[in-house]
Design a protein around this ligand. Structure first.
Ligand SMILES: Cc1cc2ncn([C@H]3O[C@H](COP(=O)(O)O)[C@@H](O)[C@H]3O)c2cc1C
Ligand SMILES: O=C(O)c1cccnc1
Length: 357
């Protein structure tokens, strides 16, 4: 029998195709006509060409932008893997709703619509306004003892992200960032990194919110046990997600799969959101062409995921926060790339001599 989650995914990615390579080639040719030494805008040229390959033509500015911050709790937080108690997930969701978190400040500053999603916080938010209520369960299960999610919970969490991507597409969004809040979720991201890349727990596990030396050693041991228990070599990506993921991670994976299908560019944030995107790319490789890495997190596992995805981050600011912050910070750079592409003069229009060889 096909798991419910697999049949959901098959439906989500039914019309997924990679970005248009012909449009990318034409974009590169246009970039070479602009009044600058060939290739001198570096990565900005790659970014402009990628967006044009996605949209078929240069989209007008400003782009319609949104960030989705998915929140959920983690059973594994019971194992002493975070420097903060699990209650912080709920408290930070309230902070998001009151506008006081880092992501609120950056989203407001850069004109990015912020959507806060409860995918599985261990708290009763009642009917509190401005929160997207999609709680699948009060936290994922403790993956040290059982899979983090049942097949049904996994399918529901994936559907949360997919539904929101569909809504974003209907609202004309062109650039979306994925972010998260969930105490304990760097432990999940580390386990996912080990399972996808074959890296050791020691290499893929960092200090998250800032655990001390002893707690870090303990966290590495937990990741090792979880990966040994659930993810033997060649475990399929969907099974990795179910066993060692989390509800907000699955929602982000669903959002990436559906957003790519709708030809929306997705900006990954830090370690956890990139783990979700890496799973999406492992499930459906065409997704890769729609991804931009917003920044490089301080978490050591993030570098492993970025090289697994062959992505070069836009920014390196030594951040280790999450919430979508690094992704939103990259958005003005992405728009700058498009502005240069569309608004610079060409050698011909400005009467400037081109390179002689
Ligand atoms: C106040 C506060 C705000 C945050 N915003 C994002 N995170 C980040 O830290 C958590 C992951 O780290 P760990 O696996 O060590 O628990 C996630 O919630 C992540 O988004 C925060 C953490 C805290 C404490
Ligand atoms: O890279 C991240 O997103 C990150 C790192 C540490 C803690 N929370 C998030």
């Amino acid at each position: 029998m096909i798991p419910i989650s697999q049949s959901h995914i098959d439906r989500i990615v039914k019309d997924l195709t990679p970005p248009d390579e012909q449009a990318r080639t034409q974009a590169r040719a246009h970039l070479d006509t602009l009044t600058k030494p060939l290739g001198s805008l570096g990565r900005l040229e790659d970014i402009a060409a990628q967006l044009i390959a996605i949209h078929g033509a240069a989209p007008s500015l400003p782009l319609r932008k949104a960030v989705y911050t998915f929140a959920a709790d983690h059973g594994i937080a019971d194992e002493g893997v975070s420097a903060y108690p699990r209650a912080v997930t709920r408290q930070m969701v309230l902070n998001f709703l009151h506008g006081g978190a880092a992501i609120n400040v950056l989203a407001r500053l850069h004109g990015v619509a912020l959507h806060v999603v409860d995918a599985g916080v261990d708290a009763d938010f009642g009917g509190i306004p401005n929160l997207i209520h999609r709680k699948v369960r009060n936290g994922s299960r403790n993956m040290l003892h059982e899979p983090a999610m049942s097949d049904e919970e996994l399918a529901k969490a994936i559907a949360v992200g997919a539904e929101l991507a569909q809504q974003a597409s209907a609202a004309g969004m062109q650039l979306i960032a994925i972010g998260e809040m969930g105490i304990g979720n760097t432990t999940s991201a580390s386990a996912i990194t080990c399972a996808l890349t074959g890296a050791s727990a020691a290499k893929a596990t960092g200090r998250g919110t800032g655990v001390d030396h002893a707690a870090h050693a303990h966290k590495i041991h937990i990741v090792e046990r979880v990966v040994t228990k659930h993810c033997p070599e060649n475990t399929p990506p969907l099974a990795i997600l179910q066993r060692v993921g989390g509800l907000e991670i699955a929602a982000m994976t669903g959002m990436v799969l559906a957003a790519a299908t709708h030809r929306i560019t997705i900006v990954c944030d830090g370690f956890i959101s990139t783990a979700a995107a890496a799973l999406a790319a492992a499930i459906a490789p065409e997704v890769k062409g729609y991804l931009i890495a917003g920044h490089r997190s301080e978490e050591p596992g993030h570098a492993l995921l970025l090289s697994y995805l062959d992505l070069m981050p836009v920014l390196t600011l030594n951040m280790r926060l999450g919430e979508g912050t690094g992704a939103v910070l990259a958005m003005p750079v992405i728009e700058s790339a498009l502005a240069l592409y569309s608004r610079m003069a060409t050698f011909a229009s400005a009467n400037i001599s081109e390179a002689s060889q």
